[in-house]
Design a protein around this ligand. Structure first.
Ligand SMILES: [Zn+2]
Length: 198
């Protein structure tokens, strides 16, 4: 995967996103009475999840650890209700085979495993495989999560991936330039994680 800078949305994209936000917010408010019946103590949270599921129908939260999923859902309910930001999930859990295919594809394009690890990690190093990593969209939502995600133990980890966040209940991880920065090559073909998995 080539490095991607934080995109600067056009005026039309910003207008469209505001419209999406407005509709999603209206849906969440409209569903509040139903949510009050289903979950009286968590009605706002539940209404937000319903509205966000309608806005991002293709996303898949399955496979995330329960704590990661709960943190993500709480964070984006807060983002929507309190600050008017939409946060969708582009990619969460990946099984080891999918991560291996992604890594092999990146190796092919980058030319070597070492170069590929600037953008992707092998399965045994990937927190997507562990179910604790989240790729989010749009960029405005990612910026909100970078600013407020610590309240839910969600942190941006890499300089070159504005969309990638990880659930870290033990506190903020060190900010790294790219995924491969957490790996030390100890011999040709052998790598060891330096610190936490990415
Ligand atoms: Zn990621």
């Amino acid at each position: 995967m080539p490095p991607v800078l934080t995109p600067c949305p056009s005026r039309a994209t910003r207008r469209r996103d505001r419209l999406y936000w407005l509709v999603t917010r209206l849906i969440s408010v409209g569903l509040l009475p139903a949510a009050l019946v289903v979950a009286p103590r968590r009605a706002r949270h539940v209404a937000c999840q319903w509205a966000l599921a309608a806005r991002f129908p293709a996303e898949n939260l399955n496979g995330l650890t329960p704590a990661t999923r709960a943190a993500f859902e709480a964070a984006r309910a807060e983002a929507l209700w309190c600050h008017g930001e939409l946060i969708g999930l582009t990619d969460g859990y990946r099984d080891a085979q999918a991560q291996a295919r992604l890594f092999a594809d990146t190796v092919r394009r980058a030319g070597s495993p070492w170069l590929a690890m600037k953008w992707a990690l092998p399965p045994h190093e990937s927190r997507h495989v562990a179910g604790t990593a989240l790729d989010v969209r749009p960029a405005e939502g990612a910026r909100w999560l970078e600013r407020h995600g610590w309240r839910h133990h969600l942190y941006r980890v890499y300089d070159n991936e504005w969309w990638h966040f990880e659930y870290r209940p033990d506190g903020p991880p060190p900010r790294l330039p790219h995924p491969g920065a957490s790996i030390t090559v100890i011999a040709p073909g052998l790598c060891a994680a330096r610190g936490d998995q990415a």
